[in-house]
Design a protein around this ligand. Structure first.
Ligand code: HEM
Ligand SMILES: *[C@@H]1O[C@H](CO)[C@@H](O)[C@H](O)[C@H]1NC(C)=O
Length: 341
């Protein structure tokens, strides 16, 4: 393949330096967890995968948005203490959950879908299948059900007995994070620059609220794009429902306004046109630090198969993020919202 030799200008070397610094952290973060396996429940709960699939089919058929909700839940689970279902825990007297941390507050849904799957699985194989595994498989099925790729999901995660309220806003990227901040948060989790660009393709489905794109649509959004004469109409429609001075904070718009319910590579086409809804989206293509990421955006825009392959691989890596502490002390919760008594 005729891949151009990359030119190391200073931002790119800066990224390599970040990679070095954060890989030292991540060696500590990913130590000594038992490996996940594809056939983990083959003997103990052979129907588990079919139940997740069946329930996800119902959920996505009734509303394709549900696919986006579950996919995002899995991401927010894995970036805080590893993929341990910590995100599913409700606040209780002795435990502060992650749901009310500012990045998650009013921004995570789909918990009832997971409850429903868990209840079905508990009635077939009590105390066997972790909530963390259920969420991981549900996210994979969500992607397939809206037209995305299939991949095998390694299993055997345990559910945490704690939540990481304070880690939510530290570990998860926000819509106004710059590219280097986003990259460093992924490197910290053992993910790469390629994973950043491929996993961001999840924004080919789902919606964002005005609070998260206001700074973008009144900021550097290209209104007179030569590439898209309708860009001006697009942004003025966004502005009409998300006023600069305030109001409409919870108004939702699709991040992929072309095919909002289809998992495809249109997200990258939108970035090429300068029309990414979130600052963090457009940064992948337009940041001055984005030499590597820009090339990947172009590649995934041109080649949907390459995007699907990389997305699948990156999702397995995302689902593999672990916290050694949960493995020492993890459990299979009976109810995904509460630690076992
Ligand atoms: C790269 C850094 C990322 C940033 C800065 C980011 C930020 C955001 C923001 C601000 C929203 C809108 C939330 C709201 O307004 O309520 C959102 C939605 C979403 N994100 Fe991300 N995200 C990133 C990566 C990811 C990844 C890796 C995934 C999954 C693999 C993902 C999946 C989603 C999905 C599916 C939605 C739509 C949720 C819905 O429809 O309610 N995001 N993201
Ligand atoms: C998953 O993590 C383990 C260590 O926790 C590592 O040995 C393995 O290579 C990882 N697998 C993938 C696909 O990243």
């Amino acid at each position: 393949m005729a891949t151009p030799v990359s030119v190391y200008s200073w931002p790119s070397s800066f990224q390599l330096m970040l990679l070095f610094v954060f890989s030292i952290f991540s060696i500590g973060l990913h130590a000594s967890a038992p490996p996940l396996t594809l056939d983990y429940y083959a003997l103990t709960c052979p129907t588990a995968l079919a139940i997740v699939r069946q329930e996800m089919e119902c959920a996505v058929l009734s509303d394709p948005r549900n696919a986006a909700l579950i996919l995002r839940l899995h991401f927010h689970d894995c970036f805080v203490q590893g993929c341990d279902a910590s995100v599913l825990l409700d606040d209780t007297y002795g435990l502060q959950g992650e749901k009310t941390a500012s990045i998650n507050f009013h921004a995570l849904k789909g918990f009832r879908i997971i409850d429903r799957i868990k209840n079905k699985i508990e009635s077939e194989c009590p105390g066997t299948v972790s909530c963390a595994d259920i969420l991981t498989v549900a996210a994979r099925d969500a992607v397939i059900l809206v037209g995305g790729p299939f991949w095998e999901v390694p299993l055997g995660r345990k559910d945490s007995k704690t939540a990481g309220y304070a880690l939510v806003d530290t570990n998860l990227p926000g819509s106004d994070d710059g590219l280097l901040s986003i990259i460093s948060k992924f490197l910290y989790q053992g993910l790469s620059v390629t994973d950043v660009v491929a996993l961001s393709g999840a924004h080919t489905i789902g919606m964002a609220r005005c609070v998260n794109y206001r700074s973008r649509i009144y900021g550097d959004f290209e209104t007179t794009s030569e590439l898209d004469p309708s860009a001006e109409t697009y942004v003025s429609n966004l502005r009409a429902t998300c006023p600069a001075a305030g109001g409409g904070e919870d108004y939702e718009s699709a991040m992929d306004y072309v095919t909002p319910n289809l998992f495809d590579n249109t997200y990258y086409h939108i970035l090429l046109k300068g029309e990414g809804l979130l600052n963090s989206d457009q940064e992948l293509y337009s940041s001055v630090f984005g030499m590597e990421t820009k090339k990947l955006v172009q590649q995934y825009a041109e080649n949907a198969v390459a995007f699907f392959e990389q997305f699948s691989e990156s999702m397995v890596k995302l689902g593999n993020i672990t916290n050694p502490d949960t493995y020492v002390d993890g459990e299979v919760r009976k109810n995904c919202r509460f630690v076992n008594t």
